[in-house]
Design a protein around this ligand. Structure first.
Ligand code: SF4
Length: 324
């Protein structure tokens, strides 16, 4: 959401009228109808597939649970990737995100993978990166790959703030890489990818939001100022920002269970992209197709018992916006 719109939305959310709305539980009734609509719409296939081409990362960001992840680190093989994409195409899935946790450009076949999915005709393909590994060559290849959207995580507008959050990365290099991407896209007359910057707001960097917006607003397509979330209550010892502190007791189903499938690099399908440890396994795509997984018993049971899943109860992920 546009940062200014978001501010307005937050003001509206806290207004007296909205408080009454929330007290009367009117939101829940409206959202229930919305969920019913979603269930009907995505009965036969997911709206989106989230694919982890790798869970390796080259940074140690302070708010990311990657540091404590116990899962084996790996890169999705091209043959498994191809199998998943071919199935998505057969099913008519139109939205694929090539990112979950990790830095996708650590995968040497990443651009080849993007080109493959776009050649297959999938409508919207996106990724998210810290931009530290972009090079002149990879930017050229990326621009020609057909990628629809690239989200770049950059949570500061000064070397000190950025490098105290994105530990292990270099502010000047990341800025230079983003600028090169912007320039080459312009010079080459490419309409894609949409370049979106994502700034996760914390107490450390909130004083830089204004200068950040001024710095980038004319050069990129979108800027998102997002709230820190708790990775399904896995993010300990970090001060979660205000709007997410108090959880409502009105548990309401998160849309992820009805709209998305999240596939890890080794083919495991787990609860959602927030379940970074693959604690709740739904299937293994090496053994069960996407279509069968979407309708399998385990996923059905999870949907039926959404209010009892421990991660979901305490989750503050943007996916779970229906909860509060
Ligand atoms: S509520 Fe959170 S943990 Fe549960 S499915 Fe949604 S995003 Fe995942």
């Amino acid at each position: 959401m546009n940062p200014y719109m978001r501010l307005k939305f937050e003001e509206l959310y806290d207004s007296r009228v909205m408080k009454t709305f929330r007290k009367l539980n009117l939101f829940n009734s409206l959202f229930k109808l919305y969920i019913l609509y979603i269930k009907m719409l995505y009965r036969n296939k997911p709206w989106k597939i989230v694919m982890e081409n790798t869970n390796a990362c080259n940074a140690k960001c302070i708010f990311c649970p990657h540091k404590k992840m116990k899962r084996v680190i790996g890169i999705m093989s091209f043959s498994l990737y191809k199998k998943i994409i071919d199935e998505c195409v057969d099913l008519g899935v139109t939205n694929i995100s090539l990112y979950r946790i990790g830095e996708p450009f650590l995968d040497p076949f990443f651009i080849k993978k993007i080109s493959y999915v776009k050649k297959k005709g999938v409508k919207f393909v996106s990724t998210c990166t810290n931009a530290s590994l972009l090079t002149l060559n990879s930017i050229h290849d990326l621009l020609n790959s057909g990628l629809d959207e690239i989200e770049i995580s950059i949570d500061g507008n000064s070397k000190y703030v950025y490098e105290s959050i994105r530990v292990g990365l270099h502010f000047s290099l990341v800025k230079k890489n983003i600028q090169t991407l912007i320039n080459l896209k312009k010079e080459g007359g490419f309409s894609k990818p949409i370049i979106k910057l994502n700034f996760v707001k914390t107490e450390i960097n909130q004083s830089e939001i204004k200068s950040f917006l001024n710095e980038w607003r004319n050069d990129v397509d979108r800027i998102q100022i997002s709230e820190l979330h708790n990775w399904g209550d896995s993010l300990f010892n970090f001060d979660i920002s205000e709007p997410h502190k108090n959880k409502s007791t009105n548990i309401f189903p998160c849309r992820a269970l009805w709209t998305e499938l999240c596939i890890s690099w080794n083919g495991v399908v787990s609860l959602c992209s927030v379940d970074f440890e693959d604690n709740i396994i739904i299937s293994n795509i090496n053994e069960e197709s996407i279509k069968k997984t979407w309708q399998n018993k385990r996923l059905h049971l999870l949907r039926m018992n959404y209010d009892k899943i421990p991660q979901c109860k305490s989750c503050t992920s943007p996916l779970s916006w229906l909860i509060y």
